[in-house]
Ligand binder design. Structure first.
Ligand SMILES: *Cc1c(COP(=O)(O)O)cnc(C)c1O
Length: 394
């Protein structure tokens, strides 16, 4: 070996002893990965995670995160994507071709609909919507061209919980060629098992915006795609790799650090949101409280029949006598609740919405909707903040 310091600091002969264990997983950073010889360069496989080939194809850090997420999701295989939305898109691109159609629930996470409308449409892929609370509306939408059906439980913002078993059964009967994909961000792997819904029914894959609960900090963007079937996983993995998607090692580390407290945070935010939902039901300015665990909330019975927990989200439908401007002022005036997208972090958030701009099908919501994501503050402080705001609203 050369004695030139420039070379010696790169090609060094010290190798640290292998036996090192601590609570945290090492942060392996790499674009280049070394091979001992050309034969290894030619033969190593990354797709089944039996070896390392290139940073984009996985490191011990990302493989470990994927394995832990597979356990969380009740799945066997997991891929990481730079955001929840990009995870959705990997699924679309892997499974759809020109001439195919995909189905979306009308209460889908809005950017997913925008992706179909503006990007997939340009590639000759059509989308149709169904009413998640009425499985019979699938009949008109399902045809031989449908290769992918998205499910979401509950719906975005309005939180209607669908009868997932009925939706899956109907799709299996009428469109056996279609892959069934669930956006599992709300359930987070903790509220229910989408691969085993009962009666032998389950979805084929899930995506999860790790940005939300698994991150828990409001500071990391990441998504995952989870499935049980190895052939489906390989299909997704090849598309994922050809699209050049990867995640940063430090972001993977942040996720690995946050996962051990995931269940504690999820359940604490669940309890807090339920207390706030029950309190809000008695408020004169609130026409209705949307939260799947509340009796009377749309789809409550479906939630109760499937789930053991709920995410810390609720939506207030403000009495329609209050104008959009008044409700905006209510949100502006909140002190603990900050205004911003996303959820699952430590800070409680509020965003106003108007249902008529979000849906293609008619909705029963006439008042302005205020979506609340509950953070980790004292619940008494959050209730006092909302109470003062609603009192100002009158
Ligand atoms: C936030 C979210 C996404 C997208 O996640 P990003 O990481 O923000 O791209 C997808 N689906 C649902 C239900 C979400 O809440």
């Amino acid at each position: 070996m050369s004695q030139d310091i420039r070379t010696r600091l790169i090609h060094h002969d010290y190798v640290a002893p292998a036996e090192f264990e601590s609570p945290v997983v090492a942060v392996h950073k790499a674009s280049t990965v070394f091979f001992p010889d050309v034969a290894a360069l030619r033969s190593r496989r990354w797709v089944d995670k039996s070896g390392y080939t290139y940073g984009l194809h996985g490191t011990p850090t990302t493989f470990t995160l994927e394995a832990r997420l597979a356990t969380l999701e009740h799945a066997r295989h997991v891929l990481l994507a730079p955001s929840g939305l990009s995870a959705l898109n990997v699924v679309n691109q892997a499974l759809l071709a020109s001439g195919d159609a995909l189905l979306l629930p009308d209460n889908v996470y809005f950017p997913s609909r925008d992706l179909a409308r503006h990007e997939l449409a340009r590639w000759g892929i059509a989308h149709r919507v169904y009413d998640a609370l009425d499985p019979s509306t699938l009949d008109a939408a399902l045809g031989p061209d449908v290769k992918l059906v998205w499910l979401e439980a509950p719906g975005s913002v309005t939180l209607e919980f669908p009868d997932l078993r009925a939706l899956v059964r109907r799709c299996r009967e009428r469109a056996p060629q279609a892959v069934l994909a669930l956006d599992n961000t709300w359930g987070a792997g903790l509220a229910f098992n989408p691969f085993e819904l009962g009666d032998g029914l389950g979805v084929d894959l899930t995506i999860h915006a790790l940005t939300k609960y698994p991150s828990g900090g409001g500071d990391v963007l990441m998504g995952s795609i989870a499935c049980r079937d190895s052939a489906l996983h390989e299909r997704l993995a090849w598309t994922h790799s050809r699209m050049g998607l990867g995640v940063g090692a430090n972001d993977a580390e942040a996720l690995l650090r946050a996962l051990p407290s995931l269940a504690l945070r999820y359940h604490a935010q669940d309890q807090a949101a339920r207390r706030i939902a029950e309190w809000a039901q008695g408020q004169p300015a609130v026409r209705r409280v949307l939260h799947p665990a509340l009796p009377g909330s749309p789809g409550h019975a479906h939630w109760a029949g499937l789930c053991s927990a709920a995410a810390g989200l609720l939506t207030l439908e403000i009495d329609p006598r209050h104008s959009v401007e008044q409700v905006n002022a209510f949100v502006d005036g909140l002190q603990c609740f900050r205004i911003g997208w996303s959820w699952g972090g430590p800070v409680s958030l509020a965003v106003p919405y108007q249902a008529r701009f979000m849906r293609e099908l008619p909705t029963p919501y006439e008042g302005v909707l205020v979506r609340l994501c509950i953070g980790l503050e004292s619940v008494d402080d959050l209730i006092a903040d909302l109470g003062a705001g609603l009192a100002r609203l009158g």
